[in-house]
Design a protein around this ligand. Structure first.
Ligand code: HSE
Length: 419
């Protein structure tokens, strides 16, 4: 840094990288001056909108350039980005990344590396893109005991669910999400909750000091949601959202991702289209709600630019931007121990005693029924049950046993109810 001018390199010039570079070139320099000195790309001969002299295909040119203060990693994927970030932090360079996969997998290690080397690591864009949520959680709320985070943190699945709420079927909603560029040609990561899981892993580290393993975080996506589920949800005053829930109640910590029926009056119910929202709960703050665009190049670039300004401000102090990470305050609770309320839709034979056998099976497994609606359809009937909260283990056993009853033709849906 010299005369309030900071020298920056960018790793990657794809969709997000290009948006970041354009923003940096046009940055309002009332705050600081930024000079982009190098851009790492795999093919320097490819035609791009930026000055060709900035391009390099050799990472070491950036790593070993003593003039570079700060490096922005927007390569995507884990390799080689993760090793690049480690080498840069070890050299004491400030790093900004939007890469949720890397931070979910190695966030603790990288934060500790930044602390050890008195340098900066920022990754605001890795969770909920344009919504500034990590900085408030890391800094403003560092003194607060957070009890629960509930987030809609995948824009694609929220777009699909919103379209279904408006009457579309799943396939059509997914096809439109793909046409609009929200969903990838292979939409697995978004619709199966995997993208939300990575973000939940990052929130777990930041808010509770816990690093859940990829396998240890229960994840269920939205691919089974149907129009009938939405019709029922609507009758019950609810809608359906894919949420990540991370809580740290007295009996333990757990993080999970699944679709829920959620009351239409809850702030998350009104988050529509590709937007994201994060609800933070704690003793002194009651409930905070952050919402906004959680995907897309411009919102992601906005978060990165905010990180660039923070990093430049911090660099001159010669200290890491990280407070000590939070320490876990409770043991990790397995998903089987988590309690949930369940909405269960069944197709049954319309005969005497059917409801009694289903209620009996739930009762034998300590699951109590909160409400029942039955609607006849000739010899068949549709039965809709909502249970009181019960441990996931008991709910699973009950549902499996109900499915094997002779009078139960099929379990059409089982969706948790947000409480
Ligand atoms: N594909 C993600 C989403 C954005 O739909 O929210 C990047 O994390």
């Amino acid at each position: 840094m010299k005369d309030n001018t900071y020298t920056v390199a960018v790793l990657g010039a794809g969709n997000i990288g290009s948006a970041v570079i354009s923003r940096l070139i046009n940055l309002d320099n009332q705050v600081i001056n930024i000079e982009i000195s190098k851009i790492l790309i795999s093919d320097p001969d490819k035609n791009r909108d930026f000055d060709k002299n900035l391009f390099t295909a050799d990472f070491n040119e950036i790593l070993n350039d003593e003039n570079i203060d700060l490096v922005i990693e927007v390569l995507g994927g884990i390799d080689p980005g993760k090793e690049y970030i480690k080498s840069l932090l070890q050299k004491g360079k400030a790093v900004i990344t939007a890469n949720k996969d890397i931070i979910a997998e190695s966030g603790r290690e990288l934060v500790e590396l930044a602390q050890k080397n008195n340098t900066c690591l920022y990754f605001e864009a890795a969770v909920a893109a344009g919504i500034p949520v990590l900085k408030p959680l890391i800094e403003s709320l560092r003194g607060e005991e957070i009890s629960r985070i509930t987030g809609i943190i995948n824009g694609t699945s929220n777009y699909i669910l919103t379209s279904m709420e408006e009457g579309s079927d799943y396939k059509k909603a997914l096809a439109t999400a793909q046409e609009l560029g929200y969903a990838e040609p292979d939409p697995t990561n978004d619709v199966e909750g995997i993208d939300a899981k990575y973000k939940a892993m990052i929130l777990s580290l930041i808010c509770f000091g816990v690093t859940p393993s990829t396998d240890g975080l229960f994840t269920e996506g939205i691919a089974k949601a149907t129009k009938e589920d939405f019709d029922w949800a609507n009758r019950l005053g609810q809608t359906i959202k894919l949420v990540a829930i991370i809580d740290n109640e007295q009996d333990g910590f757990n993080a999970r991702v699944f679709p829920v029926l959620i009351n239409k009056k809850h702030p998350l119910a009104s988050i529509r289209g590709a937007l994201n929202a994060v609800v933070v709960e704690g003793k002194n703050i009651d409930q905070l709600v952050f919402s906004g665009p959680g995907a897309g190049a411009n919102p992601t670039a906005s978060a990165i630019i905010g990180d660039v300004l923070s990093a430049c401000h911090q660099i001159s102090s010669g200290q890491s931007n990280w407070y000590p990470l939070r320490k876990p305050t409770t043991a990790i609770k397995s998903f089987e121990q988590v309690t949930s309320s369940m909405f269960i839709r069944l197709s049954v034979s319309d005969k005497p005693g059917v409801l009694a056998s289903i209620a009996g099976t739930l009762g034998e497994n300590n699951v109590s029924i909160q409400s029942v609606i039955q609607e006849g359809r000739g010899d068949e009937a549709e039965l809709v049950l909502v249970t009181h909260e019960a441990p996931e283990k008991d709910l699973k056993v009950s549902i499996d046993k109900i499915a094997s009853l002779d009078t139960v033709l099929s379990i059409t849906s089982a969706i948790r109810v947000y409480t």
